[in-house]
Design a binder for this molecule. Structure first.
Ligand SMILES: *Cc1c(COP(=O)(O)O)cnc(C)c1O
Length: 219
């Protein structure tokens, strides 16, 4: 299959999963994860109508996306990889959504930049649902207090929660936990599900899925 056919296949599978879960058609947005792929590979996906993209490194995105965003209006770019505070100015300038707010230092740095640049950036808090030591994200027990701190103390526009379940575990319980934490925080958006498990994520209430290799091929 070519890349357009793979994109269409993923979109169709999302629509079918929505229908199986009795969710409205279009309730789930597709974030096409274009990390490691160059602009020439991404262009046909934009031409096929895809508008929301995810990248996991600020520097890599800075090489590709200013030009791609100029070429086509309505592109929404999301940062889905860890953010260092010394990159927060660049991240706020380039990205429309940052999904990886997970500690006080980064929340403060992003708040400062949003104010300084007067740039409306939508934000997600990343939760380490599997308590994996090597993985970014706030632990589940601290999530509610952290969201309250971000929203009420810093005034940040937190829109939802994001997670990456452990690679070797059944993702369902992790998606269910993220949904439960979001309800507790009064948040409506859930960024969860990747190429291997996005249909399961839709079943558990994902409002956006982040799909890379099923569209672009193996990295
Ligand atoms: C790479 C990446 C994805 C996409 O992974 P695939 O398995 O290629 O679909 C999703 N989310 C995050 C945070 C990623 O880094």
């Amino acid at each position: 299959m070519d890349i357009e056919a793979q994109l269409n296949d993923v979109v169709n599978r999302i629509r079918l999963a929505e229908s199986r879960a009795d969710r409205a058609s279009g309730a789930v947005s597709l974030v096409a994860v274009s990390k490691t792929f160059e602009a020439d590979i991404i262009r046909p996906v934009i031409a096929a109508g895809q508008r929301i993209f995810g990248e996991n490194r600020v520097q890599e995105a800075q090489v590709k996306w200013p030009t791609l965003k100029e070429e086509t209006s309505g592109i929404e770019l999301r940062l889905i990889g860890p953010l260092q505070s010394n990159k927060s100015a660049d991240a706020v300038a380039l990205f429309d959504v940052i999904e990886t707010i997970d500690r006080e230092k980064i929340a403060r740095a992003v708040a400062t930049e949003i104010a300084r640049q007067n740039k409306p950036v939508r934000l997600y808090v990343q939760v380490n649902t599997g308590l994996e030591p090597q993985k970014a994200g706030i632990v589940p027990d601290e999530t509610t207090a952290f969201v309250v701190f971000c929203r009420d103390t810093l005034g940040l526009p937190i829109e939802g929660l994001m997670c990456i379940p452990p690679a070797d575990e059944n993702p369902g319980p992790h998606f269910a936990l993220l949904a439960k934490l979001a309800r507790r925080c009064g948040l409506e958006k859930l960024s969860m599900g990747m190429s291997g498990d996005f249909e399961t994520a839709v079943e558990f209430g994902a409002t956006s899925v982040r799909v890379g290799s099923a569209i672009f091929g193996t990295r």
